[in-house]
Write a protein that binds this ligand. Structure first.
Ligand SMILES: Cc1cc2nc3c(=O)[nH]c(=O)nc-3n(C[C@H](O)[C@H](O)[C@H](O)COP(=O)(O)OP(=O)(O)OC[C@H]3O[C@@H](n4cnc5c(N)ncnc54)[C@H](O)[C@@H]3O)c2cc1C
Length: 399
């Protein structure tokens, strides 16, 4: 089964990784004999870990910067570019690779958006077809990072942010668990939502056959797969799996697919369901997942289905605990960070929020298309606060 971490084997050849940069799917990862990473059981991990060299413990020197951006997604990159454009020193940290979330999207996906709407830093993005593929988007953001010579530190996971406006201390750990310390005047948090999957909270959800991320169809050929969800991800995965020879059952709690399902995907999935090519249970839920079966709650009563794999594609959410750990207040209902809607400065002076996290649990409100403008909003405020000769306290008071 493709797992969000699976591609990391290439990036981490010959290196020891004790902590997955994908927390929701936390599994122990160890370097195996062929130097790729494999999920392993805890007991095996313990055996392998003691045989490998110890991580270096010598502390790295501290880095000082004007602005530190947490998260190198499209928004974090846009923020870094705009801050750099006004002459500030910027460091970006990401716990995974550049645009880590996009890297973990389904392998053969195309974006819904035309390429110009994914552009950042005024760098044109053109693609062979009308919609960019994941590969094209990854290449685009690599080129943008290269063009702006961004100070991007990949595989550094920010664990703590302390201090106050003008003097924040940040500690990150790298892939070997070594600490890295940073001091910064301002912090921009753009940590996205794709790391933490919404949970079903049912028995069997932790079985290895269950995934909250869809990768690619081949491993599911000639198997019985249940896809849970009623939005784009569930519809696209169901179609892709069915087209590659899996027997697919779609289970959705509502009476029909969500009206956000794209207009070119909806008729496709609806016709597959109508033809009986994909089985679908609406107004239904999965009650329990077993090794070789699932039990559904359907309007007609409980139903036991033979099953090999389950994809629970029911959405993701920001890391609320991480935001709260910095003192950022979240709204009661939708966990939106309290912030100035123009400058995006949070209730903690000097800490800005950007990208999809601004929408809290309403993750469909902000995406690349609109989150990419947060960089300019924040840079406007930074200009007043940080740029030499343009300090807010030197401005004439309003009459
Ligand atoms: C399958 C799929 C298709 C999509 N298609 C489109 C589309 O066509 N058009 C569109 O506009 N949107 C699309 N979206 C939504 C879009 O990708 C997201 O809204 C967007 O990526 C959010 O950008 P972001 O920069 O806020 O967060 P992200 O892109 O999620 O970036 C957050 C980054 O922060 C890093 N991070 C998190 N915590 C830490 C930490 N503690 N320390 C260091 N780094 C950390 C992560 O590794 C990640 O790289 C799609 C989403 C999915 C799932």
């Amino acid at each position: 089964m493709r797992h969000p971490d699976s591609g990391l084997g290439r990036a981490f050849r010959n290196s020891l990784v004790l902590e997955s940069p994908f927390p929701s799917c936390a599994r122990t990862l160890v370097a195996s004999t062929d130097s790729t990473l494999h999920p392993v059981s805890d007991s095996l991990a313990a055996i392998d870990v003691v045989t490998l060299p110890k991580a270096r413990t010598k502390p790295e020197p501290e880095t000082r910067t004007d602005v530190l951006v947490i998260g190198a997604g499209p928004t974090g990159l846009a923020c870094a570019i705009e801050a750099q454009k006004i002459g500030l020193k910027v460091v970006i940290l990401d716990k995974g690779c550049l645009v880590n979330s996009l890297f973990h999207y389904p392998a053969n996906m195309s974006f819904f958006t035309t390429p110009e709407l994914l552009e950042i830093g005024d760098i044109p993005f053109t693609t062979a077809q009308q919609k960019p593929t994941r590969e094209e988007a990854l290449e685009y953001y690599r080129k943008v990072a290269e063009h702006y010579e961004l100070d991007l530190r990949q595989y550094e996971w920010v664990k703590t942010v302390t201090g106050k406006d003008g003097n924040f201390a940040i500690t990150a750990t790298d892939r070997a668990g070594r600490p890295h310390d940073y001091h910064t005047k301002k912090v921009i948090v753009s940590t996205g939502y794709y790391d933490l999957a919404n949970q079903l909270c049912i028995p069997g959800e932790d079985l290895p056959k269950v995934s909250h991320y869809y990768g690619e169809p081949h491993p599911y050929y000639d198997t019985d797969v249940v896809v849970i969800g009623g939005k784009n991800s569930a519809a696209i995965a169901s179609l892709d799996l069915w087209r590659h020879g899996a027997r697919v059952t779609l289970v959705h709690r509502d009476a029909q697919l969500h009206n956000h399902v794209k207009y070119w995907i909806k008729p496709d999935i609806e016709n597959r369901i109508k033809n009986g090519e994909i089985e679908a249970y609406f107004n239904s839920s999965v009650q329990e997942i077993g090794l070789d079966h699932v039990i559904l709650n359907t309007p007609g009563g409980p139903l036991r289905l033979k099953n090999d794999f389950v994809f629970a594609l029911i959405g993701y959410h920001p890391d609320y605990d991480f935001l709260r750990s910095m003192g950022i207040e979240l709204s009661e209902e939708q966990c939106r960070p309290v912030c100035d809607p123009v400058s995006l400065e949070s209730n903690v002076p000097g800490i800005y929020v950007a990208g999809v996290i601004v929408a809290g649990s309403r993750t469909n409100e902000i995406f690349i298309e609109n989150g990419r403008f947060h960089g300019k909003q924040i840079a406007e405020d930074l200009k007043k606060n940080l740029r030499p000769g343009f300090r807010r306290d030197r401005q004439a008071p309003a009459l």
